[in-house]
Design a protein around this ligand. Sequence first.
Ligand code: G3H
Ligand code: 13P
Ligand code: ZN
Length: 307
Amino acid sequence: MPITTPKEMFARAYKEGYAIGAFNVNNMEIIQGIMQAGAEERSPLILQVSAGARKYAGQVYIMKLVEAALAESDIPVVVHLDHGPDFELCKACIDGGFSSVMIDGSHLPFEENIAVTKQVVDYAHDRGVWVEAELGRLAGVEEHVASANSIYTDPDQAVEFVQRSGCDSLAIAIGTSHGAYKFKGEAKLDFERLDKISAMMPGYPLVLHGASSVPQEFVAMANEYGGKLGDAKGVPEDMLRQAARSGVCKINIDSDIRLAMTANIRKYMAEHPEAFDPRAYLKPARQAVKDMVQRKIRNVLGSSNKI
Ligand code: G3H
Ligand code: 13P
Ligand code: ZN
């Protein structure tokens, strides 16, 4: 199956109140685990590549791995640049065959964010590529953006931003954050703000970053086998389901995959101190990715049997 754009995927997801999972990929085992889960669930997927992943694996390597995965698959898959820091990187990914890019100007002043987003939109749309932008700031650390406090997305500004930049989907800040330490106390998202934004832009696909749930059994597993993950806490699964019913068509998940892999590798290493063949511990790690993605598709995204 060739690489797909998000257009039809999001249109149906919006209409039916579910979301497409956007999973970060860095290597072969992660891609294989995600693809196996998508195939079993008959779920559309977004494989997303951060600037860091691109640097780690190399753009050509990642694309060839994705091509190999798609050659064996019959489910629709979008290949997306996650948190593109500037026009040049977005252009390189568009030229390299990505079907969707994110230009993340969320750290810039409003007018500058519009300008760089529009520049990417003009280049991308001429080539049939989808553009996600971001308005508002998530707490925590994005790869090139460090913000101690989140600045939630202003609904009026969101409408103006989309109209003037021409972006196809918009990532918003309503209380989620990247990484495994999202909430000090009780988990809380600003659903009133989300509902207001989606009511002001009917039919328009919104995106939620920082949407890992950090399942506590994996934190416990990692800690039991030598990890030190402290007070790791994520977004409760039912809140993400609610967001998917309010115009959120794309839900980004990276930390949960990292957690599942790491907890399982720690366990394997602790139980098999003699092991040193990487295949021995990467196999349960790949299985853990598959199980985690399957759990997401069923409990969080609601995207099973949507092909
Ligand atoms: O939002 C960031 C993603 O989790 C990607 O993380 O930059 O470490 O690859 P990364
Ligand atoms: P998590 O850290 O919550 O998995 O968020 C990932 C993300 O937003 C990637 O862009
Ligand atoms: Zn993100």
